[in-house]
Design a protein around this ligand. Structure first.
Ligand code: ZN
Ligand code: ZN
Length: 248
């Protein structure tokens, strides 16, 4: 699905739609269980989008935020509509994988990290890969073997806030995973899985079944959304149907 780019603080932000589909049976539950306490309408089905984002600044430097669900044999295959279309989406916005300067992986779940290494080789060979150290420390051996170790020296581990490009920052936002991070540019925040579904905009305290630490995730979500809303800013989400939501 084609989504339009926006420009914030001199950086053009392209939503890349890696996939669209319902969550697979392996982990799908009724919405009332996935988002307990949320106000759910009809139909009671969540058609997930899987968005990555490409940021391109005025001098042409690029940052890819998240790497999607990956190829047909991805670990996301049990629940996400593999293969992802990230490579075609990148081509559509005029960027080859080798031209990406930096990759930010919001967290190491299989729908965000599986496009970084394919068949054992880094896909974005010239990019440094920004991850929170807390996320790497919490990763299991399978994820380390599949994603982190093959990236080798391309891994750029950070602790908390860090600048990726001038004006493009990552911020530590733990809860969904221990080392989850978001990306801020101007008044836009790319929220990864801090916010999964619009019911959590209505009530940010609504947890998500697959948050690692639901209480911390809720506290992080409330704090982040309050801040963006106070600034009249915009969020760019991973799993909403529309990538951008202006908070007012
Ligand atoms: Zn996740
Ligand atoms: Zn996700």
């Amino acid at each position: 699905m084609l989504h339009q780019s926006i420009t914030v603080a001199g950086v053009e932000v392209f939503p890349l739609c890696d996939a669209v589909g319902p969550m697979g049976d392996a982990i799908r539950r009724p919405m009332s269980q996935m988002f307990p306490g949320g106000r759910h309408g009809e139909p009671d089905e969540w058609i997930m989008h899987f968005h990555c984002y490409l940021l391109r600044d005025a001098s042409g430097r690029t940052v890819l935020v998240d790497t999607g669900i990956g190829p047909r044999d991805s670990p996301a295959a049990s629940w996400a509509p593999v293969p992802g279309a990230l490579d075609a989406e990148l081509a559509r916005v005029g960027t080859a994988p080798g031209e990406v300067d930096a990759v930010v992986i919001t967290h190491l779940h299989s729908d965000h990290a599986s496009g970084a290494v394919v068949a054992g080789s880094p896909v974005f060979g010239n990019a440094r890969h920004v991850l929170q150290r807390a996320e790497i420390d919490a990763a299991d051996e399978a994820v380390l073997d599949r994603v982190v170790r093959p990236l080798g020296e391309r891994v750029h581990a950070v602790d908390g806030g860090a600048e990726v490009l001038p004006g493009v920052r990552v911020l530590l936002t733990p809860g969904h995973t221990p080392g989850h991070q978001v990306v801020q540019v101007g008044d836009l925040v790319l929220t990864g899985d801090v916010v999964l579904h619009p019911v959590q905009l209505e009530d940010p305290r609504v947890p998500y079944l697959y948050d690692a630490d639901p209480e911390l995730a809720a506290a992080t979500r409330v704090e982040l959304l309050d801040r963006v809303r106070a600034e009249g800013g915009t969020i760019g989400t991973a799993h909403f149907a529309e990538p951008f939501t202006r908070l007012v």
